[in-house]
Design a protein around this ligand. Structure first.
Ligand code: ADP
Length: 311
């Protein structure tokens, strides 16, 4: 089974408002409210790939119950640690082709709640083949908390796919118990290694991935949107090309990529097939309006068009 971790899930509210006015009343007819957070996108795509999963993390209050109810409706198994403080709302106002976002920071987690979640996490690991950890941490929690999850997985020899950024990722890379895989996009990679410039050549990418920070990370997938990915898999480097596709909404494509990676790693697919699976789930998400959604019937068609070259 795959265990997905979302520490600060949200209720994502979208307000399409054609003619959005500042300092005025804006009315909205077609509001949509869904359970959100990167880890929940990962969960949805794994579920659409018809794989067993369990979603975990911390939820709270009325909004936490809404999130769990949404997962029930889509038949995604979950076991969250529940607190009283409300989970967060994330609001996107869609206007004139733009998206203005208001993101609440969510509950502040106490030390006791943090410990209690760690116990929950520990108790869920039996029978788990792969763990995915996505996104940032809520306020109050130890900024090194992901390292505690890595410790637990190390004890049980479970590979961890970590999709986070900034200090959360950096601290995990410096931790003795490493994630098995990380998936920075190009911007995140540049941020991590203080690289400047828009374009990175293949040679630049190899040089960046030889940075001591990445030593002992078995798999690094640098996702590059329409340009596919550049990958370091143990001592091998791969350039992954994908076909042009009709783009509907690329939001959540990185999460869909993580879902594909988790499914393939769970099934011990070869490195090349794993990368093809991941690129395909990423592309399928990009072709849909809904975030964290794929049409599995198109899987084989796109899988067969992913081209991988070893560098
Ligand atoms: P993130 O969402 O983390 O920034 P990317 O934008 O790199 O990640 O997208 C992840 C994957 O989704 C890509 O490697 C690719 O497979 C697919 N993808 C994303 N955007 C596009 C696009 N415009 N055209 C084709 N595939 C895309």
């Amino acid at each position: 089974m795959i265990l997905t971790v979302t520490m600060n899930p949200s209720v994502d509210i979208s307000y399409p408002i054609k003619d959005f006015k500042l300092d005025a009343v804006n009315r909205c007819k077609e509001t949509s409210k869904t359970a959100g957070g990167k880890g929940l996108n990962v969960s949805r795509v794994i579920h659409l790939m018809e794989e067993d999963l369990l979603a975990t993390g911390i939820v709270g209050g009325f909004l936490g119950r809404f999130i769990q109810q949404e997962l029930d409706e889509t038949q995604i198994a979950h076991h969250f640690y529940e607190i009283e403080e409300e989970s967060r709302n994330c609001i996107a106002i869609l206007h004139e082709g733009m998206q203005t976002e208001i993101l609440e920071s969510g509950p502040t987690i106490t030390t006791a709640q943090e410990k209690a979640f760690l116990n929950t996490f520990h108790s869920l690991l039996d029978g788990v083949d792969v763990v995915t950890i996505s996104g940032s941490l809520p306020n109050g929690i130890d900024p090194l908390f992901y390292n505690r999850l890595l410790d637990e997985c190390y004890e049980k020899n479970i590979p961890v796919l970590l999709d986070s950024s900034g200090s959360y990722l950096k601290e995990a890379l410096n931790h003795p118990h490493k994630p098995y895989l990380i998936k920075p996009n190009l911007d995140e990679l540049k941020q991590l290694t203080y690289q400047e410039g828009n374009q990175l050549s293949t040679l630049d990418l190899i040089e960046v991935l030889e940075h001591p920070l990445f030593e002992d990370i078995p798999v690094i997938v640098v996702s590059m949107g329409k340009d596919g990915a550049f990958v370091k898999w143990q001592e091998h480097y791969y350039k992954v090309d994908i076909p042009p596709i009709p783009v509907a909404n690329p939001v959540g494509s990185g999460d869909a990529t993580i879902a594909g990676l988790a499914v393939a790693i769970k099934h011990h697919q070869s490195p090349l097939d794993t990368l093809k699976t991941a690129m395909t789930t990423g592309m399928l998400n990009t072709m849909e309006e809904k975030t964290g959604y794929i049409d599995k019937t198109k899987f084989n068609h796109y899988f067969n068009q992913v081209y991988i070259e070893e560098i």
